[in-house]
Design a protein around this ligand. Structure first.
Ligand SMILES: Cc1cc2nc3c(=O)[nH]c(=O)nc-3n(C[C@H](O)[C@H](O)[C@H](O)COP(=O)(O)OP(=O)(O)OC[C@H]3O[C@@H](n4cnc5c(N)ncnc54)[C@H](O)[C@@H]3O)c2cc1C
Length: 648
């Protein structure tokens, strides 16, 4: 008991500190219960150690310990002679970020960078200043600590399409082994099929908890003519229960999966609360040789013998490239940054997934996930002791449906809408956390939702899978601590509006199936405040509706896309090396040339796995071959001169 008490108190302090006291009444109790029942496996001894002082030089410096960066740090340190430093701007995850049902409380908390986009002209009209809240993990494990843990790999055509865009080595057949390499599939039926594997670092499991609505969601999908299938398997079109990056009912972030098990490797140093401000690039040789970072208010420099690897995510990797002189020349000059390499594609090609928010369906029986009904002392204890119950529910996300609208080829198995179906809804918490996390205005929320506060409901979020609108990320200034300018240009391509409109109609049809009607389901059909002038259920009404509660699903990507040397907008080559600068790679969600057909965490982990292998392959071959290989890349790059590579 003498050992447990300080742990309990420390745990309560940390958890309350992260999301603020008073937000959830049972929080201190939950934390105490967790600390008490889990004290034998309690954190401090399991967490990676923060290096107070880093060495002068490493073989590799990895920037960002998120979904991709954690994987890279793990795989590179498998080579005992390589010394790796992982620099992460945030700190450790907490017991609160572990609890699946509480993930929305992490938005705008200390674990979130707290980005906001520029005001949108065609979307986000129900949001404060028409801005989308771009939640992003600032913590070891990155956005895998804040996400809703849905494990979706994408569609085989996504990767084959990457190859068609000039990226050999990234076809579905070639990347499938990397999905399998990291996976530890806990569903024994799925584990048996050739699309899954066990024994990898990343645990993937079914939710331990579901409401009676879960099964009905699948039956409704069947009634609509879809098969129930493993959507991460041979085909994607169809319905399934979601699978999650959880372990024993709690979050299994990439930090937990990939870093904790190897925290005692001597050749891995991790420095937390270390904000990287610049990649150091020799302007003559155009070779990256280290990075500059700020820790404890002090600017420091660390050198990289072999490579600097940017895994800071799709917002910060392009930001760092631009701050370091790699980006669109005119833009950099305008900001007073010396241009080292004119790379017009840096920060361009921004893609994200958005969904139609607010499609709410009222039901009669009291079976939905109502937080104030289900989160109580009993369920907190159930979570702490048995690792199941409603607290293990990822905010009610139970089932997924991949469906094609009339705007895509029906027989292609490349659906353009993903239904994220949840046994709760925006007003189910009475306008507290969801409204805040999504940045909805009080006026919109009060007029539209307040009359159904705390009612039993479910919701369908139809997500647009292959957006045509493209955005960009630019620097606001050359100050590395200034947040970059985020311009997603949501719904500026009409195609996106039409597909989302069809997605919304399909959601209404889904709720009209016999399987859903038996719960007394009715669509909450109150006209949206800004669309009242249009007749309900017409195309015009839906086109207006999708522009109101336009919800980002936080899949920002493609801002340092890989591509062939002939493509002037390609930032990295298919081996993820930055064009125009030696010794520098980007390995994270930014390198995707086009966004994948599903949620982004699993494919980003795959990019980390494959990226690490590319680094190994490169450095473990004889140096003469290495130079020849690199020269070949630059010889075909139009207008790019080969940097000095004799030092490689
Ligand atoms: C709220 C939310 C919900 C989501 N839900 C899902 C889901 O259910 N399923 C799914 O598949 N995907 C989901 N995603 C998306 C998915 O988690 C991300 O696409 C994925 O984690 C991105 O990985 P990354 O490695 O590119 O970036 P990140 O994981 O964001 O990692 C980047 C890391 O770099 C660090 N960093 C940034 N700048 C610097 C700097 N200058 N110096 C040092 N460190 C720096 C950051 O702090 C961060 O730790 C969600 C994302 C969010 C935010």
């Amino acid at each position: 008991m003498a050992i447990i008490l300080p742990t309990v108190l420390a745990s309560i302090k940390a958890g309350v500190g992260i999301i603020g006291a008073g937000k959830i009444a049972i929080l201190p109790f939950l934390l105490a219960a967790l600390a008490y029942f889990h004290y034998d496996q309690f954190d401090p001894e399991n967490r990676p150690v923060d290096r107070k002082v880093v060495d002068k030089e490493y073989d590799f410096v990895v920037v960002g310990g998120g979904s991709a960066g954690s994987v890279i740090a793990n795989r590179l340190t498998e080579i005992p002679s390589w010394k790796v430093l992982l620099l992460e701007a945030g700190g450790h995850e907490t017991e609160i970020s572990d609890v699946p049902v509480l993930s929305l409380y992490l938005h705008k908390s200390k674990l979130d960078w707290g980005y906001k986009t520029e005001p949108q002209t065609e979307a986000c009209k129900a949001m404060i200043e028409n801005r989308s809240s771009w939640t992003r993990g600032k913590v070891l494990g990155g956005s895998s600590v804040l996400n809703t843990m849905l494990y979706i790999r994408g569609n085989r055509r996504d990767f084959d399409h990457w190859v068609h865009q000039g990226n050999p080595g990234w076809s579905y057949e070639e990347i499938l082994p990397y999905f399998l390499k990291s996976e530890d599939q806990r569903n024994p039926y799925l584990a048996r099929n050739k699309y899954h594997s066990t024994g990898g670092y990343q645990t993937v499991q079914d939710s331990p908890y579901s409401t009676p609505l879960g099964v009905a969601f699948l039956q409704a999908g069947q009634e609509m003519g879809y098969d129930i299938r493993d959507v991460n398997g041979e085909k994607q079109t169809g319905f399934a229960f979601f699978q999650f990056t959880m372990r024993r009912g709690t979050r299994c972030s990439t930090s937990k999966a990939f870093l904790r098990p190897i925290r005692l490797r001597k050749n891995l140093h991790i420095s937390l609360w270390s904000h990287v401000t610049k990649v150091l690039i020799d302007p003559e040789s155009r070779r990256a040789y280290g990075v500059e970072f700020i820790k404890n208010g002090k600017k420091q420099i660390v050198l990289a013998r072999k490579e600097v690897i940017l895994s800071a995510g799709a917002i910060n990797s392009p930001q760092l490239l631009m701050l370091s002189g790699v980006g669109p020349a005119e833009h950099l000059q305008e900001k007073g940054i010396r241009v080292i390499h004119d790379s017009p594609g840096v920060g361009q090609n921004l893609q994200d997934h958005i969904a139609v928010g607010g499609l709410t369906f009222l039901i009669d029986p009291p079976i939905s996930l109502l937080v104030n009904r289900l989160v109580n002392l009993n369920t907190a204890l159930r979570y702490a002791i048995k690792e199941d119950g409603p607290l293990t529910s990822s905010i009610g996300l139970e089932a997924v449906g991949f469906i094609p609208t009339k705007y895509t080829n029906q027989s292609d198995d490349w659906p353009d809408i993903e239904f994220m179906i949840t046994s709760t809804s925006t007003p189910a918490d009475g306008g507290t956390q969801v409204k805040h996390a999504h940045g909805l205005t009080d006026e919109f929320y009060n007029e539209y939702f307040s009359e159904i506060n705390y009612k039993d409901t479910f919701a369908v979020f139809p997500m647009l899978l292959r957006p045509k609108s493209r955005g960009e990320i630019k620097l606001r200034s050359k100050n590395p601590l200034d947040y970059p300018l985020l311009q997603p240009n949501y719904l500026t391509d009409l195609h996106d509006v039409w597909v989302m409109r069809e997605g919304a109609k399909a959601a209404v049809a889904f709720a009209q199936t016999e399987s859903m009607k038996r719960f007394g389901t009715r669509f909450y059909s109150k006209p949206l405040p800004n669309c009242k002038h249009l007749p309900l259920f017409t195309d015009e009404y839906w086109d207006c509706a999708v522009r109101q509660y336009t919800l980002s699903i936080y899949h920002y990507s493609c801002t340092a896309k890989m591509g062939p040397a002939e493509d002037p907008y390609a930032v990295v080559d298919p081996e993820l090396r930055v064009y125009g600068v030696a010794g520098l790679r980007v390995i994270d969600a930014s390198i995707m040339p086009t966004i994948t057909n599903g949620n982004l965490n699993a494919p980003t982990i795959m990019v980390g796995e494959k990226g690490a292998d590319l680094v190994k392959y490169y450095w473990l071959q004889p140096s003469t071959r290495r130079r020849r290989d690199l020269r070949a890349v630059y010889n075909v790059r139009l207008g790019a001169t080969c940097p000095n590579i004799t030092s490689i």
